[in-house]
Design a protein around this ligand. Structure first.
Ligand code: GLC
Length: 540
């Protein structure tokens, strides 16, 4: 089995992981200092959100130079030293590539604005509609809200599926294709093990950029001329060939919000990408039937192309798991926009959410394939929903006309130690780039480190057992179990997940290896709890 087929990957949101320089912003120095924490946690690889020079119009997803390092985060030399240290510690490193759009500060866009001959062809520039060209060229809406087009001084319009500072590239242009293959090689030559591909389903647009007539929801799964066009696959066949120039082969993970797992599997054909996030898992409510349906569907679709399923409960774009699970659960898959708007109106029971998130983590880590952990999940952090409006940084807030608070609440700097902000995030008492809440001392790494009941210790134990017991244990075989419970066997081990509010009986002849909640016994599975059982034979 190759490493990426069963890896646990830890997502480092670098701006909020650890600050080494003391300016309240996370950086490479801070990350290097905490490599020991990550190896002790027991993950196999790191995925680092964009660390390139960027005006930060969208937290680094507006890249000005794909082959450099954002000065707030450090230098290229520090990045290379970090790569060497991570490898020496046994960790693989995946970077984040943003091919759908550049920053407006990228040299190509500057050339386009300056009217250099041919420079606009690398983007989507169009004349406007209306008698004076005063209307956008089509009806597409930006994912962050408002029209997906902005007008420049000479009256022409350019496309941006996200913020106006993120102009979309024209992937029909051969220079664009060549440039990104060179960017891949630039980092692969420096030892990077792979790339997470941002908006992997967006690069190719339908010819003629036809109207869609409704909003540009990234998560609603409906067909759209900007998403999941067949032409995108040719690009990834080229990228796979680049990955194969290296030994060991480099790997890709796609961020592709597509209509269903069948469409997702198309990105994972043997000559395309290696893995793709299975977002339905994080869109599923905390209900056994829904989780089982999503898991079955993901495993079946991945199997059709021989790819491992990839489980994700959280990331820097969605409400943290603890908070998603802290409110009443719908009976259908949810999109993140929907969640934010509805769930902030209902009071959150974070103790309940944390209890379910612990159980969810043991489900995630028992499934075959790869698993991603978003920084802070292992601390049981909740979404910080109450931020002063003037401190919010996510462009979603302004672009939605201040109706969608956006994603800042899951991007708060991590608490490491101490009872007051910055909780060891920065080496000195500074104001962090997003404020930390007053009650996070008890969630800090130092407070949880030696507490056997902590979320951190649960993750450490789970990752240890996963390595020795679940890895390579074979496919899921579902077991009979009461309604609201999910039970499966893989090899010698069974996983029982109780998503209900009442206790259920466990099978006889089983030994509990790990429980998400300490009140689990050899015979009883408490509410909202998962157990891993050593069960050579089971009788109910
Ligand atoms: C992806 C990123 C998100 C970013 C967007 C635009 O969805 O995960 O954070 O805002 O792409 O690049």
């Amino acid at each position: 089995m190759r490493w990426w087929q069963s890896a646990v990957v830890y997502q480092v949101y670098i701006r909020s992981f650890a600050d080494g320089s003391g300016d309240g912003i996370g950086d490479i120095a801070g990350l290097r200092d905490r490599l020991g924490y990550l190896t002790e946690l027991g993950v196999d690889a790191l995925w680092i959100n964009p660390w390139y020079p960027s005006p930060q119009a969208d937290a680094g997803y507006d890249v000005a130079d794909y082959c450099g390092i954002e000065p707030d985060y450090g230098t290229l030399q520090q990045a290379q030293d970090f790569l060497a240290e991570a490898h020496a510690a046994g960790l693989r490193v995946i970077l984040d590539i943003v091919p759908n759009h550049t920053s407006a500060a990228h040299r190509w866009f500057a050339a386009a604005l300056a009217g250099e001959p041919g420079a606009r062809d690398r983007y989507h520039f169009r004349a406007g509609r209306g008698d004076r060209g005063q209307l956008p060229p089509n009806d597409w809406q930006s994912v962050f809200g408002g029209p997906a087009w902005s007008r420049i001084a000479d009256g022409s319009w350019y496309l941006h599926l996200f913020a106006p500072a993120q102009p979309d590239l024209n992937w029909d242009h051969p220079q664009v294709r060549r440039e990104f293959e060179d960017v891949l090689r630039f980092w692969f030559d420096r030892g990077v093990d792979g790339f997470r591909i941002d908006v992997a389903h967006g690069l190719v647009k339908a010819p003629g950029l036809p109207d869609r007539d409704t909003g540009l929801g990234m998560l609603d799964g409906a067909a759209h001329p900007a998403w999941d066009q067949d032409g995108v696959h040719e690009i990834y066949r080229g990228w796979r060939a680049v990955a194969r120039e290296y030994d060991p082969e480099r790997v890709f993970i796609a961020e592709a919000w597509v209509a269903d797992s069948g469409r997702l599997a198309r990105y994972l054909r043997p000559d395309e990408l290696h893995t793709a996030f299975q977002f339905d898992f994080l869109r599923a409510p905390w209900r056994a039937a829904s989780l089982r349906e999503v898991a079955d569907d993901a495993m079946a679709a991945a199997a059709t192309v021989g790819a491992p399923p990839t489980w994700v409960l959280s990331n820097h774009d969605v409400t943290r798991t603890v908070t998603r699970y802290a409110r009443s659960q719908p009976d259908h898959l949810v999109g993140t926009d929907w969640e934010r708007k509805r769930w902030t109106r209902e009071p959150a029971d974070h103790d309940l959410g944390r209890r379910r998130a612990r159980a969810g983590a043991l489900l995630q880590l028992a499934l075959p394939g790869t698993a991603y952990i978003y920084q802070g999940e292992e601390l049981g952090l909740e979404e910080i929903e109450q931020l002063p409006d003037e401190l919010r940084r996510d462009p979603t807030f302004a672009q939605s006309g201040f109706t969608d608070v956006g994603r800042d609440g899951c991007r708060i700097p991590l608490p490491w130690s101490g009872a007051a902000a910055p909780y060891g995030f920065s080496p000195a008492p500074v104001t962090t780039w997003l404020p930390q809440p007053p009650h996070w001392g008890s969630r800090a790494v130092a407070a949880q480190h030696d507490d056997p009941a902590s979320v951190l210790q649960l993750y450490r134990a789970a990752l240890r057992l996963r390595r020795t017991h679940w890895r390579g244990a074979g496919p899921v075989r579902w077991l009979d179990c009461p309604p609201g419970v999910l039970a499966f066997r893989r090899g010698e081990l069974c996983c029982w997940v109780n998503t209900t509010g009442r206790e259920v009986a466990l099978p006889k002849n089983a030994t509990v290896l790990l429980a998400s909640h300490s009140t689990a016994t050899e015979t009883r599975l408490p509410p909202d709890t998962t157990v891993w059982l050593a069960a050579p034979e089971i009788s109910l």
